[in-house]
Design a protein around this ligand. Structure first.
Ligand SMILES: Nc1nc2c(ncn2[C@@H]2O[C@H](COP(=O)(O)OP(=O)(O)OP(=O)(O)O)[C@@H](O)[C@H]2O)c(=O)[nH]1
Ligand SMILES: [Mg+2]
Length: 443
């Protein structure tokens, strides 16, 4: 089975929770805070790997997750960081998000894109100690790793692609000139999946693709052409193969016109690509002279070949190699790319159903404490929100003291004056809500 488009779910590792713990000493009612921090979760990357030939493994197993961080423990023991997960895909794989937006076009081996970031580990109470808060009885929770669905689509990278009606002899030709051995038979749509073969001719070599047969209406989804036309998108040169035998109802002129129309309908760019036209099966053609006359009317010259006897094949290969060379010089390799999106705003505020809804990762982080019923913890969360600018944003959005404010599952009352100035003065400068990440892999 050839798999060239899959939808997979990737999940980053969760961050481990920080722990609130106290060192017990004999004779002391209350020891020093010694709660360790949770480890960060691992990220998930998609990387172009030349050793991976298909997306088959992802069709079989669509769920992938990086390792989670482990929780902190007492005695200052931090949790372990979860390992990143790198999923190898064949070079030529395009990665899209749920909405269809391209995230990366992984062409070069080794090129990679980070899809999801691991959840941040929560700080233990030892890390939350400040001069004003000597013995916090709370800790930060771990953050969930991001969890998304993406689509992987493989677009084969070939120098030249064989285009033709079903039965035109495309597979016969590629199996004659390369190590590719697709099935050959005199019924249409024998080839259901693209095959790539390396052709060596003289000093040169190029990659030739055998694409399933194209029929009229392919660009509208008829036959198999539609699915596979996109495989030709990366080919620098198109080789159009015509079949003059009674296996085809259409004469070669009509076949050529239909094929070019389908290319044009799929993408004008494809139709404009350098192309070479050849009539195959010349050994079995009913009227060889008429074909030769027609072939000569074409400017660059339509070639007459036989994939079975080998007539004209070597000349065709030289022409393909030279055309590929020219096309390569004219338009050097398309570079792959990884898209870098602007960071989303750290939070946003809007009025929903009588509440002020505060959304965004930074705001979520600010209140990510395990026990907000502890007044000190609530003060810390409030101070982080203020520092983040949430109070100002609420005020300018028109919030009044006493209004309900929601962040995730947490609902609290808007009270711009609640923060103890002493806490604010001494507190928590080193790790406010947005930054304060312990050497994370933020890009
Ligand atoms: N006489 C003769 N027969 C040929 C030649 N090339 C291919 N054939 C025959 O044509 C039939 C179709 O060949 P394939 O190579 O399977 O054709 P295809 O274009 O790959 O067909 P699809 O995969 O269905 O699109 C087979 O019976 C081949 O033996 C040729 O040069 N001369
Ligand atoms: Mg075939």
């Amino acid at each position: 089975m050839f798999v060239d488009r899959v939808r997979i779910r990737v999940k980053a590792g969760d961050g481990g929770a920080g722990v609130a713990s106290f060192h017990r000493q004999k004779g002391k009612p209350r020891g020093k805070p010694d709660g360790g921090s949770g480890g960060h979760g691992g990220a998930v990357y998609i990387a172009a790997d030349p050793d991976v030939a298909t997306l088959l493994v992802y069709a079989r197993q669509p769920h992938w997750a990086a390792e989670s961080g482990t929780h902190g423990e007492g005695d200052f023991r931090h949790g372990r960081t979860g390992a990143d997960l790198t999923l190898g895909v064949p070079p030529g794989t395009v990665v899209r998000d749920e909405g269809g937006t391209i995230l990366a076009d992984l062409v070069e081996p080794g090129q990679q894109v980070r899809i999801v970031e691991g959840g941040r580990g929560g700080r233990g109470n030892a890390a939350l100690v400040t001069p004003a808060r000597r013995a916090p009885t709370f800790a930060e929770q771990g953050e969930y790793g991001q969890d998304v669905w993406i689509t992987l689509e493989l677009k084969l990278i070939a120098d030249a692609a064989l285009i033709g009606y079903p039965n035109a002899g495309k597979s016969t030709l590629i199996s004659r000139v390369s190590a590719a051995k697709p099935k050959i038979a005199d019924y249409p749509f024998t080839t259901l999946e693209p095959h790539l073969g390396v052709v060596e001719i003289g000093e040169r070599q190029f990659v030739l693709a055998d694409i399933p047969g194209l029929i009229e209406g392919a660009a509208d989804g008829k036959g198999l052409g539609h699915e596979f036309l996109r495989h030709t998108e990366r080919a620098r040169v198109l080789v159009v193969l015509l079949d003059p035998t009674e296996l085809q109802a259409d004469p070669v002129e009509t076949q050529l016109r239909v094929l070019l129309n389908e290319l044009e309908a799929h993408s004008p760019d494809l139709a404009a690509r350098p192309r070479i036209v050849a009539v195959n099966k010349i050994d079995a053609a009913p009227d060889r002279d008429a074909l030769a006359a027609w072939a000569a009317t074409d400017e660059p010259g339509v070639r007459l070949i036989s994939a079975v006897t080998g007539e004209g094949v070597e000349g065709l290969l030289h022409t393909i190699a030279a055309t590929v060379d020219d096309a390569t010089k004219a338009a050097p390799d398309r570079q792959g790319f990884v898209l870098h999106r602007p960071l989303p705003p750290s939070f946003s505020v809007r009025r929903v159903a009588g509440e002020w809804l505060v959304e965004g990762r930074a705001a979520q982080r600010a209140v990510n404490l395990d026990d907000l019923t502890v007044p000190e913890a609530a003060d810390l969360a409030a101070m982080r929100l203020r520092r983040l600018g949430v109070d100002d944003a609420l005020a300018s959005a028109g919030a009044e003291p006493g209004d309900d404010v929601r962040i995730g599952d947490l609902v609290f009352t808007y009270d711009p004056d609640r923060i103890d100035e002493d806490v604010e003065a001494h507190g928590d400068v080193a790790h406010d809500a947005e930054g304060g990440d312990m050497g994370r892999n933020d890009q």
